[in-house]
Design a protein around this ligand. Sequence first.
Ligand SMILES: [Zn+2]
Length: 162
Amino acid sequence: MERLWSPWRMEYIKQARRLECLFCVKVAEKNDVENYILHRGKRSLVIMNRYPYNPGHLMVAPYRHVASLEEMEEGELTEMILLTRKCERVLQEVYRPQGFNVGINIGAAAGAGIADHLHLHIVPRWNGDTNFLPVLADTKSLPEELSESYGHMRPLFQVDGG
Ligand SMILES: [Zn+2]
């Protein structure tokens, strides 16, 4: 009888998925500036979204390749929210938004672009910006624009105090 399930095969598939996962690749690379990684915590990082819905669209992602909150450990969950607070502070200082959307899309059906690796979105909002969102969503940000934002935010993430 053919064995349909074998642990070594699953491990191989998981490894292959990690190798092609955008978050895992960036975590492994030591090229934070070009990858727009603003901050590395103990177990999670803060990274800019290359295709932002609004200027200052950030993401917090655990280093581990996990797809849901269920798979995350308490320490990871706590740090993810503390880093989200840090993002709120930095964005407030740099962009002075009037509000934020903070959220996690779990699964492709929920709209997650990279469904296998959980990440939390922080999107600064301004009154009336919804009219521009569809336009911005279709527009690639200019690399210079992203680099400039990175330069403004990066130093603020290096400051101590959560
Ligand atoms: Zn991953």
